[in-house]
Design a protein around this ligand. Structure first.
Ligand SMILES: Cc1cn([C@H]2C[C@H](O)[C@@H](COP(=O)(O)OP(=O)(O)OP(=O)(O)O)O2)c(=O)[nH]c1=O
Length: 204
């Protein structure tokens, strides 16, 4: 028995990763304000965004499970989202150069107003970067749509000395935790609402 699933994301990387876990799903991006609240801690921030994305799409599509995620980089306690311009990217990559940072990816699964969430944290170590490294990397276009201004799965991979944690979480969707959360959400829903879901044609 499988409940239909919607991925609330515009990220091609999340779509590709989810297709490793789930045979078919709809894709409906969620457009939300990703600005941190004043004084908001990184874990609370990333988890709130994943929940808001899932609940926004779930409100419009109440007949499916809705999965959403959010990824941030945290360097010396500072939250790094996507760079707004080249200066921003240079500042971010400068902070990461020769240092350890954390990548936090939160995942949320919503069904109507119920939401299940988890935050996965991975340590990443960068080699020292020269100004030329950063300038050349920015010119490739890769950093522009990525948290912390790099992609471990692309050209940015050559800056990464090692990681401790989940590679797929750094790319945007932690596979082990997502599979577990989807199973948990599905089981809970089927247990609570099996009669109603059947009547509404959501499950067989
Ligand atoms: C650190 C890192 C981030 N990223 C990506 C993952 C996310 O797509 C992006 C962070 O931005 P997010 O706001 O998490 O996601 P998004 O805007 O791309 O997609 P959506 O909100 O619609 O789901 O950075 C990489 O692809 N590789 C990396 O190594």
């Amino acid at each position: 028995m499988t409940v239909p699933l919607t991925l609330a994301s515009a990220s091609p990387r999340r779509k590709e990763l989810l297709s490793q876990l789930w045979p078919s799903f709809a894709v409906i991006p969620a457009d939300i304000d990703e600005t941190p609240h004043v004084g908001e801690q990184p874990r609370a921030h990333v988890t709130r965004l994943a929940q808001e994305k899932a609940l926004t799409v779930s409100a419009l599509h109440p007949h499916t499970l809705v999965l959403a995620a959010d990824t941030i980089v945290v360097a010396r306690g500072e939250i790094l989202g996507k760079p707004e311009n080249d200066q921003d990217a240079f500042t971010m990559l400068g902070l990461l150069s020769g240092q350890e940072h954390q990548v936090m990816t939160a995942i949320s699964v919503a069904f109507t107003d119920k939401v299940f969430s988890q935050c996965v944290e991975t340590q990443v170590w960068f080699r020292p970067l020269s100004n030329a490294d950063i300038t050349e990397y920015w010119a490739t276009g890769e950093p522009a749509d990525k948290a912390g201004a790099y992609g471990i799965q692309g050209l940015g991979g050559r800056f990464v000395e090692r990681i401790n944690g989940s590679y797929s979480a750094v790319v945007g969707l932690p596979l082990v935790e997502t599979e577990h959360l989807l199973q948990q959400a599905q089981q809970t829903l089927v247990k609570q609402y099996s009669g109603e879901l059947g009547e509404r044609g959501i499950i067989d």
